[in-house]
Write a protein that binds this ligand. Structure first.
Ligand SMILES: NC(=O)c1ccc[n+]([C@@H]2O[C@H](COP(=O)([O-])OP(=O)(O)OC[C@H]3O[C@@H](n4cnc5c(N)ncnc54)[C@H](O)[C@@H]3O)[C@@H](O)[C@H]2O)c1
Ligand SMILES: O=C(O)C[C@H](O)C(=O)O
Ligand SMILES: [Mg+2]
Length: 599
């Protein structure tokens, strides 16, 4: 046995050392194999959390970290003051992003304490919009491993490579190939930023433990020539693999993930053409596509309130979608389902939508071969007329709803916004493209050019805006309101699939969280500061839908009342504030036991 300096130090001299007396009598070397709370950072199974400066002296001694951190035992308030002070000294958002990444790596619980406490300020730095720039500059700003990279060249060996992931338990992964990151195009392995960012929100919003999350990026080549020629680029130099090659690779990947972690939930994120993989895997895996389904659900959740406030019945709504990709079609289909719940037939509901892509209005007789996912919404009532620009389309349709999922920043011009205001008492205007630079208009523009009458939600965050002596508050129609709860609900009830019913339910949950005060302010989404409660509610709805669809496996949850189930969900959520306290009491209990056994 060796003697540590720590145990020889006069414990009683230190502040915050209640219970120290028992430690003075404890054996010199204590092994921490009994600890449940040996939490790692998201990636490296080191003891970073054991260096938290809020840990008491006896606990530091037990953990053998005594002397390795400055002597003072700090409150969270002091830790927060220091961190926010350091953050404030960073002059650019990317520096702030890096500071926060390093903090997460070095002290995961402190990072999540800060994120949950200061969510409105910090989420835009950890996630959209800053994560967009981080992905663009990933190979330049790279600092530490925080996820898994699997290459096309690894095909045939994925199962054994996945064994390298140091955490034994993984409950959820976000997987991207980086081929369509936000509205920024193909960023290759830079997509890792988005997997990490989404999973940070899984933990921050839905309380999924950080060490059971796996950020995953597959390097299937990149169509981005600039990246391929960049000497710093950290991915392969190959061009994008073919769709057939991608399919074979993904088949192997999905099998390998499930083989190692049979209950894993898999979220696909930011793939250029994600429809085939969703169709291929949705039955056999607990998987969903965030851009098609998460976005569909979150926008449906906002539209429910917007349609009510507009005073226009669903059957009289006329929705122009600028952008007909994964998100555009996902959102339109989800709203069709909502309109059907409101009594419309599928044909009636579908006829409320006009989709626009880079070639103009999507019609059946446009003369080009429409991508599979656009056919459902292609118009047949255009009498041979074609409409090339957004201007032409909106003049033709005179919409009540204008959705932007086009990646074209500024596409909703002042003229278009003015027209929306002229045709509608409460025009519904949702510029949903990310990041902020790709937003089809800003909040300020929407308010200015509609004389404050727009019912507004954007993908990226905007600040409240004062107009004619009145304060206006933007809604953020971002899938972050639902994906954390979808994942949490799926994990907790051990669902074997993420059904369409579960997706629909996640969107339905959102309006139930809007307070009376928020309704008075015409807000379409609950305040983001309540995101943990919102995610718990989403998880409740998702679990109920899983039960209805018979895909849940934790059947005793079926017997619980909604109140009891929601409370149970909350009790399962990781709470970074509780974490260090639990470590403290666990260590103290062990030490007391050990001391007692020596008496
Ligand atoms: N708010 C959210 O939660 C959320 C969720 C998912 C996606 N998005 C955003 O939506 C945007 C699109 O994502 P996606 O997955 O659908 O991408 P995508 O590549 O599948 O689709 C983009 C669509 O925009 C159209 N488009 C491109 N240039 C155009 C032009 N000049 N004129 C008209 N249409 C044009 C394309 O034809 C295509 O239909 C991205 O900016 C993404 O960040 C937002
Ligand atoms: O990542 C986001 O902020 C939302 C969405 O998934 C997107 O692709 O834009
Ligand atoms: Mg996305």
């Amino acid at each position: 046995m060796t003697t540590t300096n720590a145990t020889q130090a006069p414990i009683a001299q230190h502040a915050g050392n209640q219970g120290a007396a028992s430690l003075t009598q404890a054996p010199h070397v204590l092994h921490n194999h009994r600890l449940k709370h040996t939490h790692a950072t998201a990636h490296v199974p080191n003891r970073a959390a054991h260096y938290d400066t809020s840990l008491s002296i006896p606990v530091r001694k037990y953990l053998q970290t005594y002397g390795l951190t400055p002597p003072r035992v700090e409150s969270y308030e002091v830790q927060k003051k220091r961190c926010l002070g350091q953050l404030a000294q960073k002059t650019t958002d990317i520096e702030k992003f890096l500071y926060l990444s390093t903090l997460r790596y070095n002290n995961v619980h402190l990072f999540y304490r800060l994120l949950t406490d200061q969510f409105s300020d910090l989420a835009p730095l950890v996630y959209t919009p800053t994560v967009g720039e981080a992905c663009q500059r990933w190979s330049e700003i790279y600092q530490q491993p925080e996820g898994m990279y699997l290459s096309f060249e690894d095909k045939g060996h994925l199962s054994s490579i996945i064994q390298n992931w140091p955490q034994t338990n993984v409950e959820i992964t976000v997987v991207t190939d980086g081929s369509r990151i936000l509205g920024l195009g193909d960023l290759g392995i830079g997509g890792m930023g988005i997997s990490i960012g989404k999973l940070a929100l899984y933990t921050g919003c839905a309380g999924i433990r950080p060490e059971v999350t796996l950020p995953l990026t597959v390097d299937l080549g990149t169509s981005n020539k600039t990246l391929r020629e960049d000497p710093l680029y950290m991915g392969s130099r190959r061009d994008k693999v073919t769709a057939e090659e991608e399919k074979d690779f993904l088949d192997e990947l999905m099998r390998a993930l499930k083989e190692r972690w049979p209950d894993i939930v898999i979220q696909f994120e930011d793939w250029k053409n994600p429809f085939p993989s969703l169709e291929r895997y949705r039955q056999d895996y607990a998987m969903f596509n965030d851009d098609i389904q998460g976005t569909g659900a979150v926008i449906m959740g906002g539209i429910i309130g917007a349609v009510k406030q507009s005073g226009v019945a669903p059957r009289d709504q006329r929705a122009v979608f600028f952008g007909s990709g994964s998100a555009g079609v996902g959102v339109a289909k989800q709203i069709v389902e909502y309109f059907m719940h409101e009594g419309l037939t599928e044909e009636e509901a579908k006829s409320c939508f006009w989709l626009v892509d880079s070639k103009g209005l999507v019609t059946q007789d446009r003369g080009d071969k429409l991508a599979e996912h656009k056919i459902y919404f292609s118009r047949t009532d255009n009498h041979g007329q074609q409409f090339k620009t957004l201007d032409e389309v909106i003049e033709y349709v005179k919409p009540t709803i204008l959705m932007g999922l086009s990646t074209i920043g500024g596409a909703f011009t002042p003229e278009i916004l003015r027209k929306m205001a002229a045709w509608n008492e409460r025009p519904i205007i949702f510029p949903l493209s990310n990041p902020s630079s790709k937003s089809e208009c800003t909040f300020e523009e929407a308010i200015n050019y509609t004389d404050g009458r727009a019912l507004f939600a954007s993908g990226s965050p905007f600040q409240p805006y004062a107009f004619k002596d009145k304060m206006y508050h933007p809604g953020q129609g971002n899938n972050m309101y639902v994906f954390p709860g979808i994942g949490l609900g799926t994990i907790l009830c051990k669902a074997v699939q993420v059904t369409q019913g579960m997706i629909y339910a996640s969107g339905e949950a959102l309006p139930t969280m809007i307070t009376e005060e928020e309704k008075q302010l015409a807000l379409l989404y609950p305040a983001i500061t309540r995101i943990r409660d919102v995610s718990a509610r989403v998880a409740l709805y998702v679990i109920r839908a899983a039960q209805k669809d018979n895909v849940d496996r934790l059947h005793y949850l079926r017997e619980m009342s909604d109140e009891a189930l929601e409370a149970w969900i909350k009790s399962k959520m990781y709470d970074p504030h509780r974490e260090t306290k639990e470590l403290e009491s666990e260590v103290r209990e062990i030490v007391d036991d050990l001391v007692a056994s020596k008496l």
